[in-house]
Design a protein around this ligand. Structure first.
Ligand SMILES: [Zn+2]
Length: 570
């Protein structure tokens, strides 16, 4: 392609709307433009990268034996009502009515539609297993779309669904997709980790997320330094340390008399512990949540953070919202920040780390007051203990006990073993070899195409711009004639351009009549891996300069060998 004919609107300034580097660079390099919150247009360079990622996905999915389909984006409400998700999905589901007042939604995912297709088309075990996938636009009405196409509302996704006769087959399908995903992200040039994850709104029995490690990542990822254990922070189990003798001694500690003390203006754990001259570990935090089964309290040790997703799973609750000031006042009689478990007339659940604590400090359900020497059993009851806190750097691996690391990651793929979550409710069955009707076992597998591109930029950039990994670069080679008015330079540039085109290389020639400085800046910004710099001085000596974008290395090659050398590099 010729730069002068292409729409590549590069920007010199950092756009105000951009919060992370990939968003900034996609705007600056002219890959995307915003239409509305979380809704972006892909410009030629952005679309080119998208197609490259899609091609890799398609090749690897086909290699795994999956078949491509294309399902509708607009889905009837009846199907979603049948699966129970019309209610469950909440406001992220974009709903609308057609001219006949029939309800529809714009698909955020396709479990219902694909299960409906399968229940109508599959009759016999002979037709299974099956894996169907599509690459298509989805819409999720995120409350806070951000980071450009990393967390957009409209986005391109590859989603696949597997259908098996039994658990063994379903596990094989899952494993096959796991391996396929590893190949896809490796081929995209990403450094990633597959981690155990939550199943969330998709449901099912277990799942893995494919996380690209980057500081801008929204998710916490926990890894073990000693074994393969890796998990999303919402999933990471807390290792319960054996207390040994010390624990025994603790158990024998005397319960002291409970007392209310004044803590004027002190609300946070840090403020209260400093004021009372104790360690945060001697406090117990009380958090009030609203659930579909009423208001509950969750307790964690003062130096721990409660994890709402874990609490939600522990209580098997669909709704878990931190109560607002009004509700807290209603339930505890005090403003937020002074809640405590004593005389609290709601169900109280505690983190397992609270078990065995004695003579601790809690809020007194009264402004500017805390209770000291609080004890479980004597002063209040706990309805259940669970693993409901965030893992910390000083926790140990739940599998092997070695040290762990916590890093930030961007979720680029997610695979789920669904089991019969959808086939049961939508009655997707087959007749087995003995003539008996059985439920189909399902799995589902997603890759965010835009996410993958954003994540690739987060991992591959420098202060001058993007550094595309070769397999997903919009072009492989960038030809930069330094002086477009010089016929020797232009003739040589055109010759190299055409030779590379003949060899089916994606090549962009900067034929703009611009200052070299502008061209060099744009070349670095849009990040094409190989820059071929054609200047008069070098040409006169029979040389051409090659700049490797990734490390800035400059190579000088003879004019007659340059094509072969470029082919070798690619
Ligand atoms: Zn371990």
């Amino acid at each position: 392609m010729r730069y002068s004919k292409m729409l590549i609107p590069t920007l010199k300034e950092i756009p105000a709307e951009a919060e992370v580097i990939s968003h900034t660079l996609m705007l600056r390099a002219g890959l995307i433009r915003k239409l509305a919150a979380g809704i972006y247009s892909l410009l030629p360079l952005g679309l080119s990268v998208t197609k490259k990622v899609e091609d890799i996905i398609r090749e690897e999915m086909n290699r795994s034996g999956a078949q491509e389909v294309l399902l509708p984006t607009v889905q009837p409400a009846e199907l979603w009502k049948e699966s129970g998700r019309w209610e469950e999905y909440g406001k992220e589901l974009l709903r609308f009515k057609d001219r006949h007042q029939r309800e529809f939604c714009f698909g955020p995912t396709h479990e219902e539609v694909i299960t409906d297709l399968i229940r109508k088309e599959i009759r016999s075990y002979r037709q299974l297993p099956l894996n169907l996938y599509q690459i298509q636009t989805k819409f999720r009405d995120e409350i806070r779309p951000r980071f450009g196409i990393m967390r957009g509302r409209e986005f391109i996704m590859k989603d696949a669904y597997s259908f098996d006769c039994d658990e063994t087959g379903a596990d094989e399908s899952y494993k096959k997709m796991y391996d396929t995903y590893c190949r896809i992200f490796e081929r995209c040039g990403l450094r990633f980790k597959a981690v155990e994850a939550e199943t969330g709104i998709i449901g099912g029995s277990f799942s893995h997320e494919f996380m690209v490690l980057a500081d801008s990542g929204e998710e916490g990822v926990v890894f073990c330094n000693g074994c393969d254990y890796a998990a999303n922070i919402d999933r990471a189990e807390i290792r319960i340390e054996e207390k040994g003798n010390e624990g025994e001694k603790k158990k024998m500690m005397m319960m002291k008399e409970i007392k209310k003390v004044n803590t004027p203006g002190r609300k946070t754990v840090e403020e209260v512990s400093r004021y009372l001259k104790v360690s945060p570990q001697d406090l117990v935090k009380t958090l009030i949540f609203e659930t579909e089964n009423g208001i509950i309290a969750g307790l964690v040790r003062g130096d721990h953070q409660i994890n709402e997703t874990k609490l939600k799973r522990f209580l098997d609750s669909n709704i878990m919202v931190l109560a607002g000031d009004e509700t807290v006042k209603e339930v505890t009689g005090a403003p937020s920040g002074f809640a405590g478990p004593v005389d609290l007339n709601i169900a109280i659940f505690a983190d397992q780390g609270v078990k065995g604590m004695q003579n601790f400090i809690t809020g007194a359900n009264e402004i500017d007051a805390h209770n000291i020497n609080v004890n479980i059993g004597r002063d209040f009851e706990i309805k259940g203990y669970g693993d409901i806190r965030n893992v910390r750097e000083d926790d140990k691996c739940p599998r092997c006990g070695k040290d762990i690391d916590i890093k930030r990651g961007i979720e680029v793929g997610h695979i789920f073993k669904l089991g019969t979550r959808y086939s049961q409710i939508l009655r997707a069955t087959y007749i087995d070899s003995k003539g008996k009707e059985q439920l189909i076992i399902m799995g589902c597998y997603g890759i965010g195409v835009g996410r993958t591109i954003s994540a690739a930029i987060e991992q591959n950039h420098d202060e001058n711009g993007i550094i595309w990994p070769m397999p997903i670069a919009p072009f492989q080679v960038f030809i930069l004639p330094v002086d477009t008015k010089d016929t020797t330079v232009m003739e040589r540039s055109e010759k190299i351009y055409n030779s590379l085109l003949d060899k089916k290389i994606d090549v962009l020639i900067d034929d703009r009549d611009d200052r070299p400085g502008v061209k060099f800046k744009d070349a670095d910004l849009i990040g094409i891996p190989i820059q071929v710099i054609i200047g008069l001085k070098n040409l006169r000596e029979g040389n051409i300069e090659i700049k490797i974008r990734r490390n800035g290395e400059i190579l000088k090659w003879r004019v007659d060998t340059v094509i072969d050398k470029i082919m070798e590099l690619i």
